[in-house]
Design a protein around this ligand. Structure first.
Ligand code: NAD
Length: 297
């Protein structure tokens, strides 16, 4: 298919590159020159602006930082919708607030196009490996039209439901991840201070009821899980700022549905402390530093 790609950042570039590898023609645009150059090196045809990128496209993907960027790229005068052929499909794979995702469904379809909210899980490694989990909100028919394209970037594709359901699944999932990671930090420090060997406790917990995805992948004591960011001074991985963004969107969804989320609120405060201490770019498992007190009072 002829694909346009808006937003060639950490996620967008490897995702677009996988589409090129799968044989799709991909024309992309990013505001940042360096991002455009990197994508060009991976076979993406770089356009001079969003308008040029979408001129021939049958499907347009947006992979942008937040809802207001997506709204502006699509709906602003002279933006994507003003240059897209009628009937084309717009897929937003950014993580954005549910209200904006639903509004975009309405506005985009009202103008004669099709729309899916299709956020992803799996991070930059998943994007590079073409193994992202896609959580899709929108109609069956629209998903069927772009299923082959999405498959080239995906390990699993879930049709979560109607408009906004992809974002709903993503935000509820990441809220649980944040809370589980905070719980893991407390469990790991307590086990250590009780004199347990970290590897032994890890082996016990992974086959007991304290098991969790962050336990198995992010255990925050060096030398236990090879891939865990703790072994690299928490560099790389799932940045605190990104988790804070996702948790903020989940808390917003909580307010909009009159749902009390005290645990999420608490972890949000811990993430804010890490950001204040200059740890915003570090992996979220660095929450352990607040529990063991190694970042100071
Ligand atoms: P990023 O900041 O690396 O990339 C975003 C890109 O969008 C930037 O290169 C920026 O220049 C570009 N951009 C902004 N406005 C634009 C516009 N109007 N036109 C063209 N380009 C524009 O961010 P990322 O890590 O690639 O994340 C993108 C989205 O994916 C976010 O919503 C994020 O929450 C979500 N996400 C990220 C990860 C991850 O691990 N990084 C994982 C899952 C989901």
């Amino acid at each position: 298919m002829k694909v346009a790609w808006i937003g060639l950042g950490n996620m967008g570039t490897p995702m677009a590159a996988n589409l090129v590898r799968a044989g799709h023609q991909v024309v992309g645009f990013d505001l940042v020159e360096g991002a455009r150059a990197r994508a060009a090196g991976l076979g993406v045809i770089v356009a001079t602006g969003a308008a040029q990128a979408v001129a021939d496209a049958e499907v347009v993907f947006t992979m942008l930082p937040a809802g207001r960027f997506v709204r502006s790229a699509l709906l602003d005068p002279g933006g994507v919708l003003d240059h897209l052929a009628p009937g084309s499909v717009v897929v937003d794979s950014s993580t954005i607030d549910i209200a904006t995702a639903r509004e975009l469904h309405e506005q985009v379809t009202a103008r004669g196009f099709r729309f899916l909210d299709a956020p992803v899980s799996g991070g930059v490694f998943g994007a590079e490996a073409g193994k992202l989990t896609f959580m899709v909100g929108g109609s069956d028919e629209t998903l069927a039209l772009v299923a082959d394209v999405i498959d080239a970037m995906a390990g699993r594709v879930f049709h979560a439901g109607g408009p906004g359901s992809g974002q709903s699944a993503k935000l509820a999932n990441n809220m649980m991840l944040a809370i589980n990671t905070a719980g893991l930090a407390e469990g790991a420090v307590l086990a250590q201070r009780l004199g347990l060997d970290a590897r032994t406790f890890y082996d016990i917990a992974t086959v007991s009821s304290g098991d969790s995805w962050p336990l198995r992948n992010w255990y925050p004591v060096p030398g236990v899980v090879e891939t865990a960011a703790v072994n690299r001074d928490f560099d790389g991985g799932f940045a605190v700022t990104l988790m804070s963004k996702d948790l903020g969107l989940a808390l917003q969804a909580g307010r909009e549905t009159a749902t009390d989320l005290p645990l999420a609120e608490q972890v949000m405060g811990q993430l804010a402390s890490l950001i204040e201490l200059g740890w915003g770019g570090k992996d979220t498992a660095s929450l352990v530093k607040l529990v063991d007190g190694s970042l100071g009072p």
